[in-house]
Design a protein around this ligand. Structure first.
Ligand SMILES: CC(C)(COP(=O)(O)OP(=O)(O)OC[C@H]1O[C@@H](n2cnc3c(N)ncnc32)[C@H](O)[C@@H]1OP(=O)(O)O)[C@@H](O)C(=O)NCCC(=O)NCCS
Length: 133
């Protein structure tokens, strides 16, 4: 039997914010350094919104994919639908969502107002209980 080799460890307990928002710190297993975060934000009808962030130096090594793969089964114990809202321009994030089993659902036009005053289109990617993989 092969042992599962994790690249990352999810910090416990998550940091609790207002409105049920949870921030999970992500640590690299090999060095123990904090490399990023995953934030979850509960929605209605047993849905939860997820966002992810890796510090620049830790990108391109599969760390976030590993962390997301660890956290999804936990979220599916509590939620029916997991949603990632991703800027249309964010290719790395879309690749991550796709590899993690999320499905593209559509694009909301000009959903987000950026700091420079222009509007950003946002893609909805979802992983629904029983329909992932
Ligand atoms: C989105 C973000 C988390 C993706 O980070 P990432 O490192 O590309 O994501 P992953 O953990 O999935 O790693 C995939 C990369 O690691 C490589 N990799 C190396 N070893 C790997 C392994 N064992 N398993 C999987 N991928 C591996 C893959 O080839 C891929 O690299 P490539 O894109 O150059 O081909 C990161 O770009 C980020 O934090 N961006 C800023 C914040 C942001 O945009 N957040 C999203 C808001 S919606």
């Amino acid at each position: 039997m092969t042992e599962t080799m994790y690249l990352t460890r999810i910090g416990h307990p998550p940091v609790r914010g207002e409105g049920g928002v949870l921030t999970y710190k992500i640590y690299c297993v090999d060095t123990g350094d904090q490399c990023g975060t995953i934030v979850t934000h509960p929605g209605t009808n047993q849905s939860v919104y997820i966002s992810w962030y890796l510090d620049q130096e830790f990108r391109g090594k599969g760390y976030m994919f590993d962390a997301v793969a660890q956290i999804l089964p936990r979220l599916l114990q509590h939620y029916h639908r997991i949603v990632a809202m991703i800027w249309t321009t964010n290719e790395r994030s879309k690749q991550l969502a796709k590899r993690a089993g999320f499905h593209y659902e559509g694009t909301a036009m000009q959903l987000h107002k950026k700091s420079d005053g222009t509007w950003q289109d946002v893609e909805f990617w979802a992983l629904v209980e029983g329909h992932h993989g």
